[in-house]
Design a protein around this ligand. Structure first.
Ligand SMILES: *Cc1c(COP(=O)(O)O)cnc(C)c1O
Length: 355
């Protein structure tokens, strides 16, 4: 049975060009700063996002952790949207290993409001923990791949800075956001102090992410990476693939967005699916299965048995996620829609009138 893998864009496989680059990579000891391939990747990534320097890390989570911990001291606070990946999906690491506490504000389609952030920032006087960092996420995974504009990012960053806080952007899929908005990634990243993005998602590299920011902050981030056991040696072997990813896989992300939108529109036509297709602007499609018609877990399982793999959002919610990527064609999307409609056609009819 052929499989349509929509659980995540992390299932993308390294391309032949990446494999070749890995085999031929010039390497050295990165902890001595002597891996030329890592150095080249860090310099190029920083240039592309418009920051002074970059630190290559083994995962997006480590990039976020290095970003937050290099800009906050134990006992300080971090402001995050309540659906932020850093808060929901990273084991509370900045609290566990960094001694920082989370102050949550509601996410509205991925964007916390200025008013909520303003009132969450602690005053400098009084018996409060200092607000050290405000975190943003673009595109926003748990909100269904929604994007925030450069102007929205700047408004929040200006506010945070005026109140003495730094801004970290979880830009795991920042190139998807830039493609969706039709802007240069530098515009989206210019207002923030640090940004993390993943090579291992839509860009299809096998391993790694990068944290970018000022020279001064990246010196600190390198220390945090070492402290957490994340420093590597001949990492050029994997950085070589990340370099190819960066140079060759960004332009094609719009294809994934077209496929995601088609999937969303097709799902909207299926009875028992709840979705707002106009909200699908990147490669993530979030939707719900009407619980009166079918349990979301049962739907997910029945689809998987027919070769369509989907993932489930946080907890026990009826929300499911489909993520498009280079391994999914337009024809696969049509097949996926057929499978979804077959599964739901076989579902029990609700006792009350159907929606
Ligand atoms: C995937 C992801 C990360 C973390 O990346 P890992 O490499 O899995 O640690 C961080 N933030 C967001 C929004 C993500 O989607």
């Amino acid at each position: 049975m052929s499989v349509i893998e929509l659980r995540s864009d992390t299932f993308t496989l390294p391309t032949a060009a990446m494999r070749r680059a890995m085999a031929e990579a010039e390497v050295g000891d990165d902890q001595y700063g002597e891996d030329p391939t890592v150095n080249r990747l860090e310099a190029r990534a920083a240039e592309i996002v418009g920051k002074e320097a970059g630190v290559y890390v083994g995962s997006g989570m480590l990039g976020n952790l290095c970003g937050v911990l290099s800009q906050a001291q134990r006992g300080e606070e971090v402001i995050l949207g309540d659906l932020a990946h850093i808060y929901q999906n990273e084991m509370g690491a900045f609290t566990v290993v960094g001694g920082l506490s989370a102050r949550l504000v509601p996410n509205h389609d991925g964007l916390p409001s200025l008013e909520d952030i303003e009132s969450a920032i602690r005053p400098l006087t009084g018996s409060f923990a200092r607000t050290a960092v405000v975190c943003l996420e673009n595109s926003h995974n748990n909100c269904g791949g929604t994007v925030i504009t450069a102007a929205q990012t700047k408004a929040i960053a200006d506010l945070a800075r005026a109140r003495g806080a730094r801004v970290h952007l979880d830009g795991a899929r920042i190139f998807n956001a830039a493609a969706a908005l039709g802007v240069d990634v530098r515009e989206l990243v210019a207002p923030v102090d640090t940004v993390q993005f993943c090579f291992s998602k839509g860009l299809s590299a096998p391993v790694g992410s990068i944290l970018c920011g000022s020279d001064e902050t990246m010196v600190k981030a390198r220390k945090v990476r070492k402290l957490l056991g994340g420093a590597m040696r001949q990492a050029g072997v994997i950085a070589a693939a990340a370099f190819v990813a960066l140079e060759t896989m960004r332009e094609r992300l719009v294809e994934d967005h077209v496929n995601a939108r088609r999937l969303a529109e097709g799902l909207a036509d299926i009875r028992g699916v709840r979705i707002q297709p106009q909200k699908v602007v990147t490669n993530i499609v979030a939707f719900e299965i009407d619980p009166a018609r079918m349990d979301a877990g049962a739907f997910q399982k029945a689809c998987a048995e027919r070769g369509l793999r989907l993932s489930r959002y946080l907890g026990n919610s009826p929300r499911l996620r489909a993520v498009t990527h280079v391994g999914v064609s337009a024809a696969d999307i049509e097949k996926a829609l057929l499978i979804a409609s077959e599964v739901l056609a076989g579902a029990r009819q609700p006792v009350a009138a159907a929606t």
